[in-house]
Design a protein around this ligand. Sequence first.
Ligand code: SAM
Ligand code: SF4
Length: 351
Amino acid sequence: MEFLPEILEVVKKEITASGNLKDSPLAVLLLSDKYDSLLSEEADRIRREVYSDEVYLRGLIEFTNYCKNDCYYCGLRKSNSNLTRYRLTEEEIISCCKTGYELGLRTFVLQGGEDPYFTDEKICSIIGSIKEQYKDVAVTLSIGEKEKESYLAYYKAGADRYLLREESANPLHYAQLHPKNLNLERRKECIKTLKEIGFQAGGGFMVGTPHQGVEEIIADLNFLYSLSPDMIGIGPFVSNPDTPFAHFKSGSVELTLRLLSILRILFPHALLPATTSLWTLEPSALQRALKGGANVIMPNITPKRVRNNYRLYPGKTNTEKEAAQTVAELVSIISAAGYRAVSSKGDVRRI
Ligand code: SAM
Ligand code: SF4
């Protein structure tokens, strides 16, 4: 584990003093709650050094819940017949951006299932319209695995960032989460391609997916370390009764928070969101995530009419709130935690 010395540099004194540093120090860190406050304080010190007290808000637009894939954990999987499917029109997407822009949002995240209806042409047209109307915003895409030509087209159309979690960097574990037609090598190749093209690119994984143990998490940390991503999205797995993983329990909020702090220490410059699944399981975890290294929050500005149908998992909060109310509430939570929601694109600060 080539990166261990760095994390150990940070927590060295306390951990070595404790005598717990044996064969797998990172495993000890992950499994124990003993160092949580130390990790969180150190993560906060580092985030303040790089990003001061700024928190970036991203307007999340869930524009299609159709998906051609069948990931075992996700409510949008194609075999889930217990879901009303929808697509937003380009006009509806632009109208979400208008609302968001007026609320001070300067990044829009277009997220959806892998929906063949949205051809490259349609996606590029949407990106182009947003960038033409709003000169000072960033567009983030989160629409899955595509060919290099497609990624290039999106980049040329003006997209700035792309989120594609690797989900699990351990091939066996990846295969336990996905059907055979999806494979880890292709997923990793896509993330690398996105970086090479010039996107601010992000990976990540769910915490507590079925069959995930400490070794699998360490594989993800290693993969991310070699990737050196601009963004890292982690959130607890939330069990969904409409999926084959219905009978597995959800992931741990505490472990997710611990991992967020570890990620901030390992990746001082990364944009680290406090993800929706985290505050869905535990609303108070939002503040704790901010205090432990997270510097991004993604308020949902999808039209209320369809929001409840973007059901990756049950229990999603804020489905009945207007975008303005969601943003106002988040701004006050951020300020109560001791940070400042800023109206800015919030690009990654590279070294
Ligand atoms: N289809 C694109 C993709 O898979 O990259 C983007 C949309 S997908 C819904 C976004 C993320 O949701 C996935 O990367 C996955 O980690 C997360 N997700 C899906 N089902 C989940 C669940 N049951 N609990 C927590 N997160 C989930
Ligand atoms: Fe589709 Fe993404 Fe859900 Fe997989 S995680 S089923 S690709 S929306």
